[in-house]
Design a protein around this ligand. Structure first.
Ligand SMILES: [Mg+2]
Length: 288
């Protein structure tokens, strides 16, 4: 006998948060229903730890989260019975890192980026007010967005041809360059899919341990069903790796192409409206 445990992995900007307003009101009721149904919602985003700390409070989440495009997983201590292997304690979290720290990538940009001078501007070179103007974030949010630990978002100012040359040059030097909703993200070879699969494995071990501890007369083996939601190119690895993939409609670009076709849906509504629409339809039997 098997018991299916569902876990939701969700992008933020343009997915759970509206692309323009950064609001998630349309998904609030669905989030509350998921909490009641004990279905974890794991934020999986290009945002920083500093940004997530505020956002999880606003969304009233107490679940693990994945920062900076899969660079690290933050698990509130006590989520599982024991500390997962290969994690370190940072404040009130167990943290699993997948990439080199930001200092490595800034050093690469400062030397190799010279050839592309004038074609781009990185977050670290922007003031809080410049970043706020560019993104529509408040000054406080822009300050949190700048606190990156694993990579550097870049605003591309040049033409597309030069951008391709820049991306290929950085890739040759060991960097991973991913196009997000607004920025190019330069960092190590991590992605949202790899981090999702690692965390899903920790959950599965946890659920199996809980099920054995319950000492039931009818042995129930838990299995996982991962549901991933995202709108951008940087969500592709996560969407490809999930059991169920939901592409959220974007007001600024087409649906990125996916290789997978089974268990894949595209929403008709944008951002958090599309998010709620998809979850309600997928989990109609689990949510009341
Ligand atoms: Mg997005």
């Amino acid at each position: 006998m098997s018991q299916i445990k569902r876990i939701i992995f969700s992008d933020l900007d343009g997915t759970l948060l509206d692309h323009y307003t950064y609001q998630s009101i349309a998904a609030s009721e669905t989030l509350a229903q998921l909490k009641s149904a004990d279905i974890p919602v794991i934020l999986n985003t290009s945002k920083t730890y500093a940004e997530l700390e505020t956002i999880i409070q606003d969304l009233q989440l107490d679940t693990p989260f994945i920062i900076e495009n899969g660079a690290a997983v933050y698990i509130p201590i006590g989520t599982f019975a024991s500390q997962p292997d290969d994690t370190k304690v940072v404040g009130k979290y167990w943290v699993k890192s997948f990439c080199l720290p930001v200092a490595h990538w800034l050093s690469l940009l400062s030397t190799e980026g010279k050839k592309f001078s004038g074609n781009f501007q990185g977050f670290s070179a922007m003031s809080e007010s410049e970043l706020a103007l560019l993104t529509g974030l408040s000054i406080e949010d822009a300050e949190r967005a700048k606190q990156r630990q694993y990579g550097e978002p870049i605003q591309w100012l040049g033409d597309e041809e030069t951008k391709d040359v820049f991306i290929n040059h950085m890739i040759d030097l060991g960097a991973n360059v991913v196009q997000g909703g607004r920025f190019l993200h330069l960092g190590g070879y991590c992605d949202k899919g790899q981090a999702m699969l690692w965390l899903a494995e920790q959950y599965l071990e946890h659920y199996i341990a809980c099920s054995s501890a319950a000492n039931q007369s009818h042995v129930v083996t838990p299995s996982l069903c991962t549901i991933a939601l995202g709108d951008g190119e940087n969500d592709t690895a996560m969407l490809e790796a999930a059991d169920i993939a939901v592409q959220i409609k974007s007001p600024v670009h087409d649906f990125p192409s996916l290789h997978r076709q089974k268990m894949t849906t595209q929403t008709s509504l944008y951002g958090p409206e599309g998010w709620a629409e998809a979850i309600q339809s997928l989990l109609v039997e689990q949510l009341t």
